[in-house]
Design a protein around this ligand. Structure first.
Ligand code: SPV
Ligand code: MG
Length: 431
């Protein structure tokens, strides 16, 4: 009997999957791989049911003779282990980032004469409705909120990108790339105070009020499913912060990061060039404790951001504060630096990890941008935030377009740099 292999990364079995199984059965014994959660997150979306349930729904299909775990998006291990005569898949992998997976399978099968079967991808209203429902579930506050904690458990390092609108949210949500045989995407979104303020043409001094910041969150949550880390600046008055915590939780935000500054907050990347006041350990610990007491779910995280390195108060001060803020109830520590070299961040992480193996560490490598995600993970970092790169890339592009239209008195010269009209009108999904 010939072996026919297919891999499923789905929470439900719909007619498209049944069609694949049916076609597979015509060629031999059907073996189905279920993609592990970790692999699924990298190239598809977060599962809405547990891995065990996903295994079970495949086992329950009568025509399936064997179910196995597929731990990687690429098929190397699977093909080595079972040497399938055929690998069957929907023909949607003939283009886009998934083509890399098909290429991987084709090259593996070619070594012993195995074959790929591409079946027409089932794309109809019924399948689309199922897909929309799964996305809608992922976007619901109770599912979205807990996902950051889940990702910290699963991912070697959680990657967040800055968003400040529906459209930047869509970029964070949908961008997936293939690079050197690996598929990857962002895990989470960062609602930066700098970029949220900049998008409104305002300075990053807590001038854009919370109600307006919540509107930005609304715009983002309307069109995305990924978890949100909110830049809460100083958290404001403790009496106000407790309300902010409740609202963020209600909106399905996973974490707020507040920084240990007080008075008029300026952006950290100014460092000591402007006057900035660091809060006392006692004052900031009390704010964290009040926030933790106010929160209603176990999912929500309050992350304490330490500004000692930014304000040149030294490593010992940063480490003391980290310990104190964790004792006060912080669910994570963000350590910031504006040095070009990552040395002080690495030292902090290594020394913090000597004492504390578990509390998540967050970093924002805007200045120390040479360090890779893998290096950060090696030093115990759990979350990396790309805090402003989308805004900084859009601004020069828009400015140049505006200048060139003025320069040439028409728009023809800029057109080749623009998103085609067809793409912009089809960019937004309709329900
Ligand atoms: C932000 O993105 O608003 C931040 C990070 O707080 S930084 O701008 O580096 O201070
Ligand atoms: Mg900020």
């Amino acid at each position: 009997m010939k072996k026919v292999y297919t891999c499923f990364c789905t929470d439900v079995i719909h007619e498209g999957h049944r069609n694949i199984i049916h076609e597979a059965g015509k060629y031999g014994e059907v073996i189905v791989g279920v993609l592990s959660d970790e692999a699924m997150i990298r190239f598809n979306r977060f599962p809405t049911v547990s891995f065990e349930e996903r295994m079970q729904i495949v086992k329950d299909i009568g025509e399936v003779s064997q179910v196995m775990v597929q731990n990687d998006v690429m098929y190397d291990r699977v093909v080595r282990e079972i040497r399938p005569d055929y690998v069957i898949h929907g023909d949607n992998w003939l283009e886009g980032p998934m083509k890399a997976i098909r290429d991987n399978v084709a090259s593996l099968l070619s070594t012993y004469g195995g074959q790929i079967i591409d079946v027409p991808y089932t794309c109809n209203e019924r399948v689309k409705t199922i897909d929309d429902r799964i996305k809608a579930k992922l976007a619901m506050p109770e599912y979205r909120r807990k996902r950051l904690r889940q990702l910290i458990e699963i991912r070697p390092i959680v990657k967040a990108i800055e968003v400040h609108s529906g459209i930047t949210g869509l970029i964070a949500e949908k961008t997936i790339v293939e690079h050197q045989g690996e598929l990857d995407q962002f895990d989470a979104m960062w609602i930066s105070s700098l970029c949220d303020s900049t998008a409104k043409g305002k300075p990053d001094i807590e001038l854009v009020d919370m109600t307006s910041r919540f509107r930005t969150i609304d715009d983002v949550t309307e069109v995305t499913t990924k978890p949100i880390i909110f830049d809460g600046d100083t958290g404001g008055q403790t009496e106000h912060f407790v309300y902010t915590v409740r609202t963020l939780e209600k909106m399905g935000v996973s974490a707020v990061i507040i920084e240990d500054k007080t008075g008029l907050k300026k952006n950290s990347l100014f460092g000591t060039e402007v006057e900035q006041t660091q809060d006392s350990i006692e004052g900031f610990s009390a704010k964290i404790a009040a926030g933790k007491k106010a929160q209603l779910t176990d999912d929500f995280m309050i992350i304490a951001r330490i500004e000692s390195l930014i304000l040149e108060r030294g490593m010992e001060d940063a480490l003391n504060r980290a310990q104190a803020f964790v004792s006060a109830g912080a669910d994570g520590i963000m350590i910031h630096s504006r040095k070009k070299s990552p040395a002080e961040i690495i030292e902090f992480c290594d020394r913090f990890r000597e004492e504390d193996k578990n509390t998540p560490i967050v970093v924002v490598p805007s200045s120390f941008n040479s360090i890779t995600e893998a290096e950060l993970a090696d030093h115990g970092v759990n979350i990396v935030i790309y805090a402003n790169q989308l805004t900084r890339s859009a601004f020069p592009a828009m400015q140049k377009t505006a200048e060139d239209i003025l320069r040439y008195h028409r728009a023809q010269e800029v057109d080749s740099r623009l998103l085609p009209i067809k793409d912009i009108i089809t960019l937004i999904d309709e329900i």
